[in-house]
Design a protein around this ligand. Structure first.
Ligand code: SF4
Length: 181
């Protein structure tokens, strides 16, 4: 049987089992409570980003990636504790980032949610999926939480979900234009 690591004087502070820095959940919980307003805002924001597609394309998506990714990481880091997975699910998860689940579950909670709605791995943290359900109930398209999410594609971690969504939407629009001609 493997020997248990010996206790030493060094106990890392401020680091959770999932390597998530422990910090207050106040802002993240605020985002869930205001999911309807954030949904409204993101809808408009993504439309503006899509309108700017010719600009991104002109400059080159590769060139704009670094600054856009920087801004995205700061904004979403503050509001959602974003881990920059590159395949944002916030619109389908009540504005509660599933990557904050220590088990990184993308399709609902595990069986270990505590009676008080907290996580079994990190007892001080409200379960992100309990929050996701509550947030989704405020949203216009909240039933998207019922859609099955694909497994995380690790090859696109640390990339901009904003640019990816925009490029995909532009390609879909161009495709529609081509078929209707
Ligand atoms: S789902 Fe991914 S991109 Fe969206 S907030 Fe969470 S880590 Fe960031």
């Amino acid at each position: 049987m493997a020997k248990k690591a010996e206790a030493t004087a060094y106990v890392p502070s401020g680091v959770s089992p999932s390597r998530r820095l422990r910090r207050r959940f106040a802002i993240r919980l605020w985002s869930v409570r205001n999911s309807r307003m954030l949904e409204w805002f993101y809808e408009r924001f993504s439309n503006v980003f899509l309108l700017l597609h010719p600009v991104w394309k002109g400059i080159g998506y590769k060139r704009v990636e670094a600054p856009v990714k920087f801004v995205e990481a700061q904004v979403k880091g503050l509001l959602f504790d974003c881990r920059m997975c590159g395949q944002c699910a916030l619109s389908s998860t009540g504005m509660s980032c599933p990557m904050n689940c220590p088990k990184q579950l993308r399709n609902g909670p595990c069986g270990g949610v505590r009676a008080n709605g907290h996580c079994e791995v990190e007892p001080d943290m409200p379960c992100v999926w309990v929050q996701a359900w509550q947030g989704s109930r405020n949203m216009k398209k909240g039933d998207a939480i019922l859609n099955v999410q694909k497994p995380v594609d690790q090859s696109i971690r640390e990339t901009s979900a904003w640019l990816r969504v925009t490029a995909n939407a532009a390609a879909a629009k161009e495709g529609e234009g081509a078929t209707s001609k």
